[in-house]
Design a protein around this ligand. Structure first.
Ligand SMILES: Nc1ncnc2c1ncn2[C@@H]1O[C@H](COP(=O)(O)OP(=O)(O)OP(=O)(O)O)[C@@H](O)[C@H]1O
Ligand SMILES: [Mg+2]
Length: 454
């Protein structure tokens, strides 16, 4: 410290003992202070150094664990830094790469793409999914590269950072994904197929039940007719043999010829009626079960609903009471086969829900309102629990045991109805049981059935 100017100037040798001692004390104090500062700066420096080493180790471990190739280049495309994946790919230690042009490590076919990346970097533009082929010691090593521009602290573009994902890895990931997708598609197809088979099984059971009645009717009448024919033939044989009138009269009584004669027309009529019923059922089957690839057609919803209930319900639930509240006929336009499938699904669900119920009653109502046809299906089953109600139309959602339901019935029905420009909703009836409401555009309604099939 300088001595104040007001004090007289004196040389050190001329100091008094007391002054000299105090000067030394102040010098020693200064030295102590300086030393303490040095020590604390040293500690601080060591702490910062440790932090720096930690950060470097962290960055190195991140770079080392990357499977993607990372190369930082300057503006001229010279390598500044690379990660271990890049060094492995190029078969060269990092220190030997620094300063070399990356171009030298690229397949000649990739030179134009790399040149474009470098010139884009000068325009401050990166590039995505550029395919470059590295010249690896094991052969060409294709990578899909994303590049970003590197800036210095003043915001000047100083180079490029390239991150390349080995395309072999991408291809393998894509193959795995594709095969998983394929597996999923197959499982889905199997499920859709088993749903179709289950529907077909129900359809066959229903139709067999329906056919059973007229066929057994025809069969019974054919047997009666054969007996009549036998008796009439026996009687005619005696006539041709020239039997006398008395014998013939006795025979006529014995063989009940008059009864056979009078019953024959009715028996034949019955057979005819039975075969006509069989013909109608087969025609219905054709109509409702064909692929329906053609354009929309006009058909009667009432007949369709009756047939769906007959085919599904009669064979499975003999003690079911069915109430039809339907107009005599109710024409709409659409694909009868698809809507028949919807009705059969709804009836089947109602039957499943009523199995074991004390009261089994299915009510179908249909009416026209504001140009739309509204059909409701109400059953007296267990109803749909609140947490299930929002999910019944989800594909594969089912509460039925394994092997009983695939959970596709309502989701397919929903789609089919939607394709007709209609809606299908599920609810519970206030008095219990489920209530499904199907609405369809009436004839001439603006949102009429579409001609296409899904
Ligand atoms: N009438 C109904 N009463 C009560 N629950 C119903 C009724 N209809 C449908 N559900 C519920 O909705 C679920 C889904 O029905 P959906 O018809 O889609 O599939 P599923 O009947 O279970 O199987 P699938 O029809 O494929 O054989 C059923 O499992 C059931 O829980
Ligand atoms: Mg179902």
């Amino acid at each position: 410290m300088n001595a104040p100017l007001s004090q007289p100037f004196s040389l050190p040798g001329m100091l008094s003992d007391a002054d000299a001692e105090s000067a030394w004390i102040s010098v020693i104090q200064k030295m102590d202070e300086t030393y303490a500062n040095l020590v604390s700066q040293q500690v601080e420096l060591e702490r910062k150094n440790a932090e720096l080493e930690e950060a470097q180790a962290f960055i190195a471990s991140v770079l080392g664990s990357m499977t993607d190739v990372l190369i930082a280049c300057d503006r001229d495309g010279r390598i500044e830094q690379s990660n271990p994946a890049a060094e492995r790919a190029l078969g060269c230690p990092g220190r030997d790469l620094v300063g070399k042009p990356l171009r030298d490590f690229l397949d000649p076919g990739s030179h134009p793409a790399f040149a474009r990346l470098c010139s884009a970097a000068l325009q401050r533009e990166g590039g995505t999914d550029v395919e470059l082929t590295l010249r690896a010691p094991t052969g060409p090593f294709p990578v899909s590269v994303n590049s970003t521009v590197r800036y210095d602290q003043r915001g000047h573009a100083i180079g490029l950072v390239l991150v390349g994902r080995p395309i072999g890895e991408l291809r393998r990931a894509y193959r795995d994904l594709a095969s998983a997708h394929e597996g999923l598609k197959q499982t889905q197809q199997q499920l859709v197929h088993s749903e179709k088979m289950a529907s077909l099984g129900r359809l066959v059971a229903g139709v067999a039940h329906e056919l059973n009645n007229p066929i057994s009717f025809v069969y019974g009448n054919a047997h009666a007719l054969r007996r009549y024919v036998e008796r009439l033939t026996a009687y005619l044989d005696r006539v041709h043999e020239g039997a006398d009138a008395e014998t013939l009269a006795a025979l006529r009584k014995e063989l009940r010829i008059d009864r056979a004669r009078s019953d024959t027309p009715a028996t034949l009529d019955g057979m005819l009626e039975g075969t006509e019923r069989v013909r109608d059922i087969v025609a219905e089957l054709r109509r409702f079960s064909s692929e329906q690839k053609h354009a929309a057609e006009r058909f009667d919803v009432t007949a369709l609903l009756r047939s769906a209930v007959n085919w599904v319900a009669k064979a499975q639930m003999q003690d079911l009471a069915v109430v039809f509240d339907l107009p005599a006929t109710l024409d709409i336009a659409g694909h009868p086969g698809h809507l028949h499938q919807v009705a059969m699904n709804l009836v089947q669900n109602a039957i499943d829900a009523m199995t074991g119920a004390p009261r089994k009653r299915l009510e179908l109502h249909a009416r026209t309102e504001d140009g739309r046809v509204i059909v409701t299906f109400r059953d007296t089953g267990h109803g749909i629990p609140g947490d299930v109600l929002g999910r019944v139309f989800d594909p594969f959602f089912t509460t039925k045991p394994v092997g009983k339901g695939t959970g596709l019935g309502l989701s397919i029905s929903y789609q089919l109805v939607k394709d007709h420009g209609g809606t299908l909703t599920a609810a519970n009836h206030p008095d219990g049981g489920a209530l499904f409401t199907l609405t369809l555009p009436g004839i001439g309604a603006p949102n009429g059935s579409k001609g296409s099939t899904p």
